[in-house]
Write a new protein. Structure first.
Length: 139
């Protein structure tokens, strides 16, 4: 089967039209962003927060590698006579937006206190972190 010049032009026009249609659909119906920055896990109309009891439990219980542990004076951090509670955050939805690029992954799944309090972070990071809170790690 030989294709003459008109058939080749028609074929190229159809392929171009398909690409334009795909681009238009992608623009009109973008992939929804993951809404993983909810605090805890939804159970009906309530949110369930988690408490992790040791670094060993922490490293084995995280299904998501983008969970971080940060100790400090945040809204959720508490100190008791027996133990200090450290906060656990799921930053999955923020990784791509992180101004420091992949540096956010340096302590993924581990204690990120030192990196979090580093001089590279502006004070606004302290306001942002609460939206990623998912539970506590009890030492």
């Amino acid at each position: 089967m030989t294709m003459d010049k008109d058939n080749i032009t028609l074929l190229l026009s159809l392929i171009s039209a398909l690409f334009l249609l795909a681009a238009a659909l992608a623009y009109l119906f973008p992939k929804p962003k993951s809404n993983n920055n909810k605090k805890g896990k939804a159970t009906g109309s309530r949110l369930q927060l988690h408490q992790f009891f040791s670094p060993i439990t922490l490293s084995h219980s995280f299904v998501n590698p983008f969970n971080f542990v940060i100790g400090g004076k945040f809204k959720h951090a508490q100190s008791t006579a027996n133990a200090t509670l450290f906060n656990v955050y799921d930053v999955t939805s923020y990784v791509e937006e992180h101004p420091g690029g992949d540096a956010i992954l340096n302590n993924a799944g581990r204690d990120s206190t030192e990196g979090f309090y580093g001089p590279q972070h502006a004070t606004r990071v302290f306001d942002m972190v609460d939206e990623f809170y998912i539970g506590d790690l009890k030492n």
